[in-house]
Ligand binder design. Structure first.
Ligand SMILES: Cc1ncc(COP(=O)(O)O)c(C=O)c1O
Length: 415
């Protein structure tokens, strides 16, 4: 029987057909091998992959696989419920303690994804006054999102979508400040009459690859009695002498930032997210973050594998050093070819193309030359600022990067 042809569904289908015809529909290749390796198998031949987040090569590390396999044997596939019901498993707690120790924070709470960490934590924190209104002790039920009176969030304009969505869900008053513009933020804080202020910013920005001025953010937070949360999904594991992220890289103490958010999906080669900070702040999230309470946690095998990844990342600094050296080499050579790599400074190296159609075409041409590197486009980046977002890992070698540069040079000549 044919499906009923509802008008709303028809409009959506027509739209998708039009996008497909325009050539703008993202044609992500189906990869028939682990996407955590620099060489992947696509459409019956090898391709070079320059967009994997397996930055330190830990996803496939034998020690990590062994730890995950042992946990899979012991605990099985899933977690069996949410942390507040059946699934408060020892490996989850061990991972929280391990990441907190690694970062030098009192405690951490883990979520099934970094996205869930942000989208759950930001609105949760804003609910404090609503708890207090109804008596914090008698009811610590995970209320509907929506903040109590008096909160204003100050959100960096290039924050990751998960932070943006968390901010939206908080239903607080929101002031967006321009990228890295501390004078503008200071002005907004000055003008604010909100009794509770909350500043949220990425550490390393996911689409531009540059870093937030965390010392200045911390100073403004202190001056205006505001809480500060840094999403360091791209910084932790990669930056700083011990790999502790943007804070360590910029010489900011953990005591200067209230909450440090991060993901296990990138440097640590797994999946999952966390928020780390003082024990009471983290415990508050345990009773209020809906993505923690109403969703199952990481599979135990992943939690065990990630804990091993953190150990290896800590023991083997050469991994982040090599990824960053690769990126520095690639950025220098891409700039020499005339490409704008924006303000990127670390392992994420965007190459600005501009138009959406031009970026889609560049991606297709690279793919034709055996390179997988999709372009980032609206709404991930502003319209007219589409870019190919290359990510350099410790597993790429100079020959592979040289080949990519050769293809980029050809792309430029063809323009
Ligand atoms: C800055 C930032 N925060 C959060 C996330 C979400 O992390 P996850 O992929 O673990 O959901 C990402 C993912 O790309 C990110 O770049």
């Amino acid at each position: 029987m044919p499906k009923i042809d509802h008008a709303p569904a028809r409009r959506i289908k027509d739209f998708v057909r039009a996008v497909r015809t325009s050539g703008l529909y993202p044609q992500n290749p189906v990869v028939n091998s682990a996407t955590t390796e620099p060489v992947v198998w696509v459409g019956g031949r090898d391709h070079l992959l320059f967009c994997s987040n397996n930055l330190l090569g830990l996803s496939n590390h034998p020690g990590v696989r062994e730890a995950a396999a042992k946990a899979l044997d012991r605990y099985g596939l899933g977690s069996g419920g949410s942390r507040q019901m059946a699934a408060n498993i020892d490996v989850h707690r061990a991972l929280e303690e391990r990441i907190a120790e690694f970062l030098g924070q009192e405690d951490a709470i883990c979520f099934a994804a970094g996205y869930m960490a942000n989208v759950g934590s930001v609105p949760a924190l804003m609910k404090l006054d609503r708890y207090l209104e109804i008596d914090q002790v008698k009811s610590v039920a995970p209320m509907e999102p929506g903040c109590g009176p008096g909160w204003e969030i100050f959100s960096e304009e290039l924050n990751h979508a998960s932070l943006v969505d968390g901010v939206r869900l908080a239903r607080a008053e929101v002031s967006r400040f321009p990228h890295r513009d501390m004078a503008a933020l200071a002005g907004l804080l000055e003008a604010s009459e909100a009794p509770s202020k909350f500043i949220v910013s990425d550490g390393v920005f996911s689409m531009d690859g540059d870093i937030a001025p965390v010392p200045e953010l911390a100073a403004l937070a202190r001056e205006h009695d505001a809480m500060l949360m840094i999403d360091d999904a791209h910084g932790v594991g990669m930056l700083g002498q011990g790999g502790r992220g943007s804070l360590e890289h910029l010489g900011v103490g953990t005591e200067e930032v209230d909450l440090q958010m991060g993901t296990f999906t990138k440097a640590f080669g797994g999946i999952g997210g966390y928020v780390a900070g003082d024990a009471e702040l983290v415990d508050f999230l345990r009773i209020s973050a809906r993505t923690y309470i109403f969703s199952a946690p990481l599979p135990p095998s992943i939690a065990a594998g990630v804990a091993e990844s953190i150990d290896i990342a800590e023991r083997e600094p050469w991994r982040r050093e090599k990824a960053l050296e690769n990126a520095a080499f690639f950025r220098r050579e891409a700039n020499a070819l005339g490409y704008d790599t924006l303000g990127s400074a670390f392992h994420i190296v965007p190459v600005l193309i501009g138009g959406e159609a031009e970026a889609a075409e560049a991606t297709r041409r690279l793919r034709h030359r055996g390179i997988v590197a999709p372009h980032a486009r609206f709404p991930a980046v502003p319209l007219g600022r589409a870019r190919i977002r290359f990510v350099m890992t410790c597993q790429h070698d100079r020959e592979q990067i040289g080949y990519l540069l050769k293809c980029l040079a050809e792309l430029r000549q063809a323009d």
